[in-house]
Write a new protein. Structure first.
Length: 276
């Protein structure tokens, strides 16, 4: 540990080793906290129902929100139907992607992409690109691959434009079986052990606050967290932080882990001195 380096707490769970290396390479002392697990939904009747509608021609548009979710959707569909039948059906409808990760998956499947959301790759950009391209969703049946939890504001925006929305849940976020790391990090934040708190998913905030409430220190944690530098990977994460009253001191652009760590730690000394 570098005694002169900034102490950084990251709640990244899927790419913990990569995040640790990034923080160390940028002269930070990393604490990586396992904050959530990705749980595939087994025996997914919702996916089966979606596929049946897809084959009957009752789906006009599908929106892929994540690469992991796109893969999970196809894997779940294969429990009921041949893979090529599902992919052939995807090729017959309008395909929309939220960013580069689902784009890679769809290209590997040789499924054409009609609309792609530009950075920062949120649902807002999906709506904007559809509006800008004058693609009317009125009367369209739109399936949306969810990623962990419903995106109700996105569904509302589509419905307000006249679409029928069919959300498809393929996995959910859950707390890890062992939450001791989360509990330790919460109390360490309250003690003032960290200079920087780094968030890469809106769900991380939900889980931190859930455990803080169980520990009966939610308000203490919020107060202590607000005194650190809070770094967010992108707009969706920033929105979630602001909704619980936390000031976001740094938001990465583009919304990726590498720029988040590098640029946040470069900006940290000035931001922390300003916060006093």
């Amino acid at each position: 540990m570098n005694p002169s380096a900034l102490n950084v707490c990251s709640f990244e769970s899927r790419k913990r080793d990569a995040m640790t290396s990034l923080i160390e390479r940028n002269q930070g002392n990393p604490t990586l906290v396992h904050s959530m697990d990705e749980i595939p939904l087994e025996d997914n009747a919702q996916v089966k129902s979606f596929c049946e509608k897809l084959f009957r021609g009752e789906i006009d548009v599908i929106v892929f929100m994540t690469g992991v979710g796109a893969t999970a959707l196809l894997n779940a569909a294969e429990l009921y139907f041949p893979r090529e039948q599902v992919l052939a059906a995807f090729r017959k409808i309008i395909v929309v992607v939220r960013g580069p990760k689902p784009t890679v998956v769809l290209r590997n499947w040789e499924v054409p992409i009609h609309y792609s959301a530009p950075e920062p790759n949120t649902w807002h950009e999906i709506i904007s690109v559809l509006d800008d391209k004058k693609f009317s969703v009125t009367g369209k049946h739109i399936a949306v691959q969810e990623y962990g939890k419903p995106v109700e504001e996105f569904y509302k925006a589509l419905r307000n434009r006249g679409a029928q929305v069919l959300p498809i849940a393929v996995y959910r976020w859950a707390l890890p079986d062992d939450t001791s790391g989360l509990r330790n990090a919460i109390h360490a934040t309250i003690r003032g052990d960290y200079n920087v708190l780094m968030f890469t998913s809106a769900q991380q905030i939900t889980h931190v606050l859930q455990i803080a409430e169980e520990e009966q220190v939610k308000e203490d944690w919020l107060l202590a967290a607000s005194k650190t530098m809070i770094a967010s990977v992108g707009p969706t994460c920033t929105e979630a932080l602001q909704e619980v009253g936390l000031p976001v001191d740094f938001e990465s652009s583009p919304p990726k882990m590498g720029p988040l760590v590098k640029d946040a730690l470069q900006a940290a000394p000035e931001i922390l001195s300003r916060k006093g």
